[in-house]
Design a protein. Structure first.
Length: 443
């Protein structure tokens, strides 16, 4: 190609040498006219296939666009390579565009350019930079296949494997145990429903040579959550009250999503009352209000509590009761040193073995049993440690004393009151008064 141009230039120079030498002005004018018709080698120096250069549109024709890229000859963009009709293109004269060099010179001597390839090349470079920088991006789902989703990334297409789609992964875990055919049908249905949706993604592989652009929603979600967690760890303070959503449950507590970062409500912080499992109190998806117990920035842990926002049973109990009161309760467990009695929901006290009954007690089970209802007397209230001392022995003594006093009182009342005659005696007395005294034989 370049050889042809050089040959023409050489032939022109030879013709000039054979012709009579013109004056200096005429010679200069002739050289200028020659450069207009035959580009020199220097004009194309450095321009090669694959270059991306900036140009300005100088004409829009029916089937092509002419672009001035700073060379003597304008570049040509065929509209059919854009898949556009002249009337549908938004390009106009004076617009600046980036173009891709397909051919530095074709048979007609034009530079063949491509706008679509320039855009695609620009997108590949942008994708590589975003991959290197670890940036997150948003892309629209424009298609799907059995392996995952197809998204638009400028002029190129990216692929999101089904295993990297957050919603699909969650539902796949919930569908474990179902048949393979049924799972494939469900997957295809879910993929089709995601058409047109915009996803937050992260590029995890870029290979322009293989035309591979792989993205992940899960990686983007993890990175976003890490960023949110860092922000929350900086913002959160002990004592804050936040709204959250139950994200998962486990044997030792519940994880609450605070908006990008999870905090843990330990089993002991779920309620003031005994809880055997978090599912007794919460369900995944519940919206809750939580109290921030602590924030560990080094270990990146957030401790939360539900019960700290609920009325404390101990305070209510101690406001209503005092030492010396008799209360009813239920024996909850037995130990060598005594028996525990729940006097109110969430409030337990200890009846020491010495306070169970008179005399020596080898083990509390000889006096009471778990589940038994008993009356106990409050003998100690420790507000600092939330401990309650109880006595079964004193309660029974008081109850016995009260019963004895009641019996003595009843007996005294019977002694003080005159004996009332029976109805028969009353009738007899009245008859005697009417008849008068009976006469004897002596009279």
């Amino acid at each position: 190609m370049f050889g042809l141009i050089d040959l023409r230039c050489v032939e022109g120079m030879q013709n000039q040498q054979e012709a009579p030498q013109p004056a200096n002005k005429e010679k200069a004018a002739g050289s200028a006219r020659m450069e207009n018709y035959f580009p020199t080698t220097e004009q194309y120096h450095g321009l090669k296939r694959g270059d991306i250069v900036e140009g300005v549109i100088v004409r829009v024709d029916r089937d092509e666009i002419l672009v001035d890229i700073g060379y003597k000859t304008e570049g040509v963009i065929r509209l059919n390579e854009l898949g556009l009709e002249p009337a549908s293109t938004s390009l106009s004269v004076g617009d600046s565009v980036l173009v891709y060099v397909i051919q530095p010179e074709n048979k007609e001597g034009n530079i063949v350019l491509s706008l679509a390839r320039a855009r695609a090349q620009h997108d590949w470079r942008r994708a590589r930079k975003q991959f290197d920088d670890g940036d997150l991006l948003e892309a629209e789902v424009i298609g799907y296949n059995k392996g995952g989703l197809i998204v638009r990334y400028g002029e190129i297409r990216g692929f999101v494997p089904a295993s990297q789609v957050a919603e699909l992964r969650t539902r796949n875990r919930q569908s474990q145990g179902e048949g393979e055919t049924e799972l494939k049908e469900q997957l295809e249905t879910r993929l089709s429903k995601m058409m047109g949706r915009k996803l937050q993604l992260k590029i995890i592989e870029v290979d322009q040579a293989k035309n591979r652009l792989i993205l992940s929603e899960l990686a983007a979600l993890r990175q976003w959550r890490d960023g949110q967690k860092e922000r929350l760890l900086t913002e959160l303070l002990e004592g804050d009250i936040r709204q959250g959503k139950v994200s998962s449950l486990c044997d030792f507590g519940a994880f609450i999503d605070l908006g990008g970062a999870d905090g843990l409500v330990h089993l002991s912080e779920l309620s003031w009352y005994p809880v055997s499992h978090p599912s007794d109190v919460l369900h995944v998806g519940d919206q809750v209000e939580v109290y921030v117990l602590s924030v560990d920035k080094e270990k990146k842990r957030i401790a939360l509590s539900l019960k700290r926002l609920q009325p404390e049973p101990w305070t209510a109990f101690t406001q209503e009761h005092q030492v010396g009161d008799l209360v009813r309760g239920t024996v909850t467990k037995l130990a060598n040193f005594g028996a525990f009695v729940e006097v109110e929901n969430g409030i337990e006290g200890l009846v020491h073995v010495s306070e169970l009954t008179e005399g020596r007690v080898v083990h509390p089970k000889s006096v009471v049993k778990v589940g038994e209802k008993v009356t106990v007397r409050i003998i100690k209230i420790d507000n600092a440690r939330h401990r309650l001392g109880l006595s079964l022995k004193q309660a029974r003594e008081i109850e016995t004393g009260m019963a004895t006093a009641d019996q003595a009182g009843a007996s005294a009342e019977r002694t003080a009151e005159p004996e009332q005659p029976s109805p028969g005696e009353v009738v007899e007395a009245v008859s005697t008064e009417v008849r008068g005294p009976e006469k004897t034989g002596d009279e």
